[in-house]
Ligand binder design. Sequence first.
Ligand SMILES: Cc1cc2nc3c(=O)[nH]c(=O)nc-3n(C[C@H](O)[C@H](O)[C@H](O)COP(=O)(O)OP(=O)(O)OC[C@H]3O[C@@H](n4cnc5c(N)ncnc54)[C@H](O)[C@@H]3O)c2cc1C
Ligand SMILES: NC(=O)c1ccc[n+]([C@@H]2O[C@H](COP(=O)([O-])OP(=O)(O)OC[C@H]3O[C@@H](n4cnc5c(N)ncnc54)[C@H](O)[C@@H]3O)[C@@H](O)[C@H]2O)c1
Length: 475
Amino acid sequence: MKKYDVVIIGGGAGGLTVASGASSLGAKVALIEKERHLGGDCLHVGCVPSKAFIQASKDIYTARSKGKELGLDVSGSVDLGKVNERVQQSIIAIQKHDSDERFTSLGVDLYKGAGTFTSANTVRVDDQEIYGKRIVIATGSRPLIPPIEGLNDAGFWTNENLFKQKELPENLLVVGGGAIGLELSQALSRLGSKVTIVEKGKKLLSTEDESIQKAAVYILEKELTIHLNSEVKKVQITSNGRKRVTIHKGNEHYTEEYDQILLAVGRKPNSERLNLNAAGVFQDERGFIPTNEKLQTNVPHIFAIGDINGKFAFTHVAGEEGKVVVQNAILGVPKKMSYNHIPWNIYIQPEIFHVGMTEQQARKFGIKFSVYEVPLTDVDRFISDQEADGLIKIITDQNGKIIGAHAIGNGSGDWMQAVVFAMKKGRKIGDLSQMIYPYPNHAAAIKRTADLYWRSKLFSGTIPKLTKKYISWFR
Ligand SMILES: Cc1cc2nc3c(=O)[nH]c(=O)nc-3n(C[C@H](O)[C@H](O)[C@H](O)COP(=O)(O)OP(=O)(O)OC[C@H]3O[C@@H](n4cnc5c(N)ncnc54)[C@H](O)[C@@H]3O)c2cc1C
Ligand SMILES: NC(=O)c1ccc[n+]([C@@H]2O[C@H](COP(=O)([O-])OP(=O)(O)OC[C@H]3O[C@@H](n4cnc5c(N)ncnc54)[C@H](O)[C@@H]3O)[C@@H](O)[C@H]2O)c1
């Protein structure tokens, strides 16, 4: 039996980080992946295709909406096949970074097939069994399919087959209004479908700061039909091949017809095929594998990272957890994973950026805080771009230390990154206005917000009294 310092099950965002980190440090590494290509969900059916898809929809929307303003009439319908060809080109281009050759050249032994535990130190792939002194589970998740009567017979789309489709449905029902549902609903609507969202919760974007949430819903409602507190209970195929859907909202029931259904109701962990019992690894009732701060499962030499541990389902989190595991499992330098400053973006247009506490959380935890908020209509570049929908909000403690920052605005996921750095380094909001921002960039929105802090300091409290005295003396 071949023996390894570390065996990794799953070659996606988390697993690949561990494989490259561990092999670069000289460890003997085995990487097991059940699919033909490495890269996982993010590359093949998640972040990469969805962002390429969103960009295509943005291009079409801009040509149509802005073209008209400039006297150019863009008409006609979109060829979904062509959109998805472009999406696939993006995947192929990025796949090169995650190629088999890259990992084998680092010294990683690749096993293609589904990994199954046979004991706490051994994993079977097809007819081979390998030994790992340490084992990392990084098997990710897949779309959750809710038990809706008639759904399987009627057929549906998920993120796993959307990016292969060729025909844009005229009327599309999206079930689930979370990150996936909203990003893809808006993109499909901008490509030309009439999109309706059915969301079980009483509110969209409930984890976002309320100012951002309200601004986003106001924008989304202009493009999408949204049913809250609602669930799809039944789907039937009509004689002309459409999907007749029964929707329940409280005690109300009604039926509507759609050409296609896209499911986005959350994720299911890929744990069934692992035979976790053989290794004695605990899983919760939904199949996620809990870990401690060092990312160890209940079996200390077995780690679980990425979507499978049920903490934060983001590629950057899987990557960061992978780095922590390299330290713990390969170097033996105890390191805890910190989830304190995890930012995320929701790529609707305009984008949502989120890091740290919301105003509502700060209030709930009884923290004394200040809020500095600026609408993008106060920022020159957004005005000149004619894209001034949105706002930025920075929340600080009483000493000016940043405890949360939120924005909705074109490209906010990029231009808000400076705030993540400031938070990570424990800097105060005032520090953010002590840099020079090249005029007229979008990040100047941060400066305008941070300037509010200085203004509040200068025009209230003891400082203005002292400066008045000083100026009269100096005169
Ligand atoms: C539509 C969509 C859009 C998204 N957009 C974003 C985004 O913009 N930004 C962001 O940060 N996150 C985004 N995410 C989330 C992101 O894709 C995941 O959080 C990330 O892929 C998790 O990485 P992972 O390593 O845990 O799992 P994955 O990347 O899914 O990798 C798991 C790998 O394990 C393999 N595997 C599973 N079981 C076995 C087994 N038994 N044996 C061997 N191999 C196995 C799988 O084939 C897969 O390759 C998006 C997700 C979706 C679905
Ligand atoms: N931009 C990004 O970083 C990005 C983009 C997409 C996905 N992701 C990650 O992927 C994860 C999964 O995304 P998701 O959108 O599938 O899950 P989600 O948990 O974010 O949203 C699922 C939504 O479906 C609703 N829902 C559940 N069951 C339902 C039902 N039967 N009928 C109607 N609505 C129902 C839930 O109330 C929820 O609002 C996200 O949590 C996020 O971490 C990230």
